[in-house]
Each structure stands twice: as C-alpha cells, then as structure tokens.
Design a protein around this ligand. Structure first.
Ligand code: IMP
Ligand code: MG
Length: 179
C-alpha cells in the first residue's frame, strides 16, 4: 500500500465488481437509446474507462473539464467550465460521469450548462457520493459507493494532482494535507 494512505476503502476487486453492476443498470435503463457519457475531467477517466466497458448497448463518450474555485468571499464555489464538448448534446440522452459528488457545486454548474443545450434527458452517475457535504439539491441517479466525510484518493481521484494512478480508493493520511 502507498505510504500516504491510511487505509483502503475500496479494493480493485470491489471497484471492478460494483462498476460492472452499475454498467448493467445503465444498459437496461437505456435499452434502445444511445446515451452520451460525458466525463468530467480529470477525476472521472478511470471510472469512465471501466464503466463504458461494462455497458453493453451502443453508447458514445465525450469529456469536459470544470474547475471549482473556492475562496472566502464565495464559500459556495465558483465553477469555470474550461472546455466544451465535441459532441452535439441537443436531443441526446446525457449521462454526466463524475468521480465524487461532494458539495454538488461543480455538477450543478455543469448540469445547468448542459440543460441549456436542450438535451432529451440528463442524468448523473458518480463513482462516490459524499452526501454529508451536499450544499445543493443535486442527487445522483447512479452511484457506486457512499463515502463519509474523509479525503479519499486513487482510481482517478487526486490530492494536488497526486495519487490518481492508485488502483484502489484509499483514505489519505491527514499529515499529507496538513503539511
Ligand atoms: P463539489 O463541487 O464540491 O461537488 O466538488 C467535487 C469535486 O471536488 C470532485 O470532482 C473532486 O475533484 C473534488 N473532491 C471532493 N472531495 C474529494 C475527495 O475526497 N478526494 C478527492 N477529490 C475530492
Ligand atoms: Mg473532479
């Protein structure tokens, strides 16, 4: 185990199993449709790669990147969507793919932006749901796991751009971010 990790929350095997189940759920719900999976960079890339292979109906993928700037004057966060999709979203069945739903600020902004393009539907699929932190009324339509209010990394999730490549999800030792 990486020495910055306090304990493993979800092993590679657990992630694989649960992502497969969610892929099946999406395949059933979207039977006869061609959903467009929109990954929120960069945290969603590993989840996206595994999830899309667990979906056995036709689907498309694209990505966008969103940064949330938090400062004292705007504690709710200010989201900048820094790149735009290469796919037309009008009339499409969109599934937003996120690594972790925390306060919900980032996804709310992305959700509103996508809605403006007049899609047929928009749903949210998150790997992790940190519900205690939610400050918006956003809810995940699909999720793999709930997490407590702890800082987790791995399987795409980072701390200061580190640890995205860990194959499992673990709780980061507090001394790493208190340094
Ligand atoms: P929100 O806008 O507060 O929902 O923030 C969502 C974003 O915050 C996620 O996409 C992550 O990039 C980041 N984030 C929130 N909690 C964690 C965590 O425990 N580990 C790593 N990133 C996190
Ligand atoms: Mg993220």
């Amino acid at each position: 185990m990486n020495e910055a990790i306090e304990r493993i929350l979800f092993s590679e095997e657990e992630l694989k199993e649960r992502v497969k189940q969610v892929g099946k759920e999406i395949s059933c719900d979207y039977e006869g449709k061609v959903p467009l999976l929109v990954g929120i960079l960069k945290g969603s890339i590993i989840f996206m790669a595994d999830l899309m292979r667990a979906i056995d109906i036709e689907c498309r993928i694209t990505f966008l990147s969103a940064s949330s700037y938090k400062n004292q004057a705007h504690s709710s966060g200010n989201v900048e969507i820094t790149s735009i999709l290469d796919e037309n979203t009008q009339g499409r069945h969109i599934i937003l793919i996120e690594d972790i739903l925390d306060t919900g600020t980032t996804l709310s902004a992305v959700f509103a932006k996508i809605k403006e393009t007049d899609p047929a539907s928009v749903k949210i699929c998150t790997l992790l749901d940190k519900k205690v932190q939610r400050s918006t009324d956003l809810k995940a339509d699909y999720k793999c796991f709930d997490v407590e209010n702890e800082f987790v990394v791995g399987y795409g999730l980072d701390y200061a751009q580190r640890f995205r490549n860990l194959p499992y999800i673990g709780v980061l030792k507090p001394e790493i971010y208190n340094k």
